[in-house]
Write a protein that binds this ligand. Structure first.
Ligand code: PBG
Length: 338
């Protein structure tokens, strides 16, 4: 079999440096591009007034009180960012074993959705479906008999999705990794007049140490009893299993598939975009953000920009439709300026 590359005449007829010599021909031959529309901006919210708190372990990322959201939403919209993803720091006094505050119609997430939509109905709002910000133990589901109980959790996730849909969320993003959650949530939404609400499934979410700074940011309590989330999040050693997760979620009605974390799982993104016809998103998580950030601090400004661009272009090359990244606003600003 003749492969495409066998048809290339050899050096000196072929000189790949020819097209790299000048900026114009480098621009002409660029295969992948980043635009502001590629990004979803994850934003941390908290109770209180007039707050833009620094987050330990995520340099440069802020946690905002709701009165700040109008300004942040307008800024992101002006930069061309299509959607924001809300992550709440729930007051510890509102947390309990079963995460019941997740179902309260006036909880922090519902009010954040309303604040963003009030600032601009054109900003897409993505919300996480999982119980971890609301539970005292920090797990994503209900604990029964010492285990995270899959089927009992599904009922709560359905109610949580309905709560956020009623508050005006455009996209619900189940990040809990329970079996059957996408179908359960799709069924609940459709039966309650929310058939237009989209589902972005964290389909292949790995049990990753790279979530550590995030857990501090939302002050998820130390995961003591069960130690970690390996009984529901995926084993980082597996890739075929991710394809089964994704196939199931597509069959259950997912509109988008997410792979998380991002950079160490580029192979999973590539396999997904080769094997399925569905928009694929990567979540460049808090630990990745911080790793890049610590190198950034040692570099002059133009190199900082080049570093972040290089890291994000990798996702486009691997086949991503879009990326959730804490760098969303910085990159969009750079892109708009250049
Ligand atoms: C909650 C959730 C997590 C993240 C997003 N949603 C943490 C976890 O599963 O423990 C992590 C995001 C990040 O690290 O930036 N289910």
């Amino acid at each position: 079999m003749t492969r495409k590359n066998d048809l290339i005449p050899s050096f000196p007829v072929t000189r790949l440096r020819r097209t790299r010599m000048k900026p114009f021909s480098r621009a002409m031959t660029q295969e992948h591009h980043l635009t502001a529309a590629d990004f979803i901006w994850p934003i941390f919210v908290t109770e209180g007034n007039n707050l833009a708190e620094a987050i330990e372990g995520m340099d440069g990322v802020k946690r905002f009180s709701l009165d700040q959201l109008a300004e942040q939403t307008k800024k992101a919209l002006a930069l061309g960012i299509p959607a924001m993803a809300i992550f709440p720091r729930i007051d510890p006094s509102l947390k309990d074993e079963d995460g019941t505050n997740a179902l309260a119609a006036d909880n922090l997430v519902c009010r954040a959705i309303a604040a963003i939509k009030a600032a601009s109905p054109n900003m897409g709002v993505v919300v996480d479906i999982a119980l971890d910000p609301f539970t005292t133990h920090g797990h994503d589901g209900l604990i029964r008999h010492g285990e995270v109980d899959n089927d009992a959790t599904l009922e709560v996730l359905r109610a949580q999705a309905l709560n956020y849909a009623a508050a005006g969320a455009d996209i619900v993003a189940p990040s809990d990794m329970m079996d059957g959650r996408v179908g359960a949530i799709r069924g609940a939404l459709d039966a309650n007049g929310h058939s237009d609400v989209m589902i972005m499934s964290y389909a292949a979410k790995y049990a990753s140490t790279l979530y550590a700074p995030f857990r501090q940011a939302v002050s998820a309590n130390a995961l003591t009893e069960l130690d970690d989330k390996s009984s529901y999040q995926m084993n980082p050693a597996n890739s075929d299993e991710a394809m089964r997760e994704i196939a199931l979620d597509i069959r259950e009605g997912a509109d988008f598939i997410m792979i998380k974390p991002g950079m160490p799982y580029l192979d999973i993104i590539r396999r997904t975009s080769d094997e399925f016809n569905i928009p694929v998103f990567a979540y460049q998580v808090s630990g990745e953000y911080q790793m890049i950030n610590s190198l950034m601090k040692t570099l002059p400004e133009p190199k900082q920009k080049a570093l972040v661009m290089e890291m994000l272009l990798a996702f486009k090359r691997a086949g991503c439709t879009g990326i959730l990244t804490y760098f969303a606003c910085d990159i969009a600003e750079w892109l708009n300026r250049s």
